[in-house]
Design a protein around this ligand. Structure first.
Ligand code: AMP
Length: 217
């Protein structure tokens, strides 16, 4: 299956993407994770991306689209993938459509995670992520690790993302509304969008998402 996941920052895209990718046996491709890996490795691409990310803005399409395409061209993505955080504006969606067309394939679904705005800021401000694996996500009050600062799953160090400060979150939300939300209409025109409420327990949201995807909508 070829799936795009959309939703505001803090909707739980990374967490859901990890579960869904495992259930569907397809790679989870997160452009945010790819940028963060480049930043920690000190690559040129990472250096180009960092200032935009820290400001809560989108990294320019010239950088982003090439990086996403390279990842989608890896052998493990030949049979399908789950895109998390890409596309994030209409021109990226158009570039993705073109790339898929060249490969003679199409998207199966666009899964839209819906979450109230007040919830988003609360979720992000307390979010802590494992340095070893970004799908190991905790929250200081909603889902606290057994030992503060340590990942329950693998013992890795938990940290707060640089762009998870309240000010940057507000900017990221504004960017989401103005630049990313329009892709939902873009994909509605292709009859690909499935919207599910992203509130509740992680497993419940995953079940809802699997049911929606398997419903063939
Ligand atoms: P995420 O981990 O998906 O929340 O992404 C974190 C940050 O990486 C975003 O706020 C952007 O600065 C950047 N980013 C991730 N994906 C994209 C994309 N598709 N286009 C532009 N910037 C992106």
């Amino acid at each position: 299956m070829r799936i795009v996941l959309v939703g505001p920052p803090g909707a739980g895209k990374g967490t859901q993407a990890a579960y869904l990718a495992k259930n569907l046996v397809i790679p989870h491709i997160s452009t945010g994770d790819l940028f963060r890996a480049n930043i920690s490795q000190g690559t040129d691409l990472g250096k180009q991306a960092k200032a935009f990310m820290d400001a809560g803005e989108l990294v320019p399409d010239e950088v982003t689209i090439g990086m996403a395409r390279d990842r989608m061209n890896q052998p493990d993505a030949a049979g399908g993938f789950l895109l998390d955080g890409f596309p994030r504006n209409v021109s990226q969606a158009e570039a993705l459509d073109e790339a898929l067309k060249e490969d003679g394939v199409t998207l199966d679904a666009v899964l839209d995670l819906e979450v109230p705005e007040e919830e988003v800021v609360k979720r992000i401000a307390g979010r802590r992520i494992c340095r070893n694996d970004s799908s190991h996500v905790f929250h200081v009050s909603y889902s606290a690790p057994k030992q503060q600062g340590v990942c329950d799953v693998c013992g890795g160090e938990l940290y707060q993302r640089d762009d998870d400060s309240e000010e940057t979150v507000r900017k990221r939300l504004e960017v989401y509304h103005t630049q990313t939300e329009p892709i939902i209409d873009y994909y509605k025109a292709q009859d690909l969008v499935v919207t599910i409420p992203a509130l509740g327990k992680v497993e419940e949201v995953t079940e809802r998402a699997m049911a929606a995807l398997q419903g063939g909508e």
